[in-house]
Design a protein. Structure first.
Ligand code: UTP
Length: 223
């Protein structure tokens, strides 16, 4: 199988080296059986830097480019945990990621262009690579009916169609560093190519493997 992971930056940032190695080991195990791409998010570093740049009067596009650099920095940290088995250079285009995959079973990348998040990069990469599965490992354990951090009555949705995902994500604002289960652009890409997608809690390393099959504890997107 060809699997694309979107690994939220909040999952990697703040982890001690042993836990980072844990993620590396699981990904290397998965890559023994599958072609794996991992797109790493910006996490806390992105948020901090974006907030400071915004306070200094930087444009949203400029804040986005700061966020992109943070994702690439986190991607390099994950590469450090992969025992030299992933390319040391982070691809700066989809084409370069695909080329890198000819030599490596595991390719790590970060963000690419302003106006989106790494979820969108991972969905687009899934299209380019004709991936069998897109796994969004993030800070929440799936898509909720509303924001679980502010609404105690929010319920997790076990299964939904790509069209339903688009409806939910369209309510989210598109601002640098904004909070959402999935980027609305990613949802549109998942919808147009009907990419089988799982949204799972990335803090539990075991979820990276569990999400390969559709029986996991997050939200499964499909028709
Ligand atoms: P993330 O993909 O980490 O976004 O990129 P996020 O959803 O805010 O973070 P998580 O998923 O909770 O960790 C961080 C920021 O970098 C910029 C955006 O501003 C984004 O919010 N970015 C990232 C881009 O502009 N383009 C990209 O391709 C990737």
């Amino acid at each position: 199988m060809i699997i694309v992971y979107s690994l939220g930056g909040s999952i990697l940032a703040g982890q001690d080296p042993e836990s980072l190695r844990g993620y590396g080991k699981v990904l290397l195990e998965i890559a023994k059986e599958h072609q794996v791409y991992v797109v790493v998010g910006g996490g806390r570093i992105a948020r901090e830097y974006i907030e400071k740049a915004r306070a200094l009067g930087a444009s949203e596009a400029f804040c986005d480019s700061i966020g992109i650099e943070a994702t690439r920095l986190n991607a390099l940290l994950l590469v450090a945990a992969l025992e030299g088995k992933a390319p040391l250079e982070i691809p700066c285009s989809y084409q370069k990621a695909l080329l890198a995959a000819r030599l490596h079973r595991l390719v790590v990348m970060g963000g690419l262009y302003p106006g989106q998040t790494t979820d969108a990069v991972s969905a687009m990469l899934a299209e380019y690579a004709s991936a069998d599965r897109l796994i969004i490992a993030t800070s929440v354990d799936g898509v909720y009916t509303s924001d679980p951090e502010t609404d105690p009555s929010a319920k997790r949705i076990e299964r939904m169609t790509p069209a339903e995902l688009v409806l939910i994500t369209n309510r989210t604002e598109l601002k640098a560093g904004s909070r959402s289960p999935v980027d609305p652009l990613a949802a549109k890409i998942i919808e147009r190519s009907v990419i089988p997608t799982a949204i799972v809690l990335g803090k539990e390393i075991a979820n990276l493997k569990k999400a390969i099959s559709s029986s996991h504890t997050g939200t499964e997107i499909g028709i």
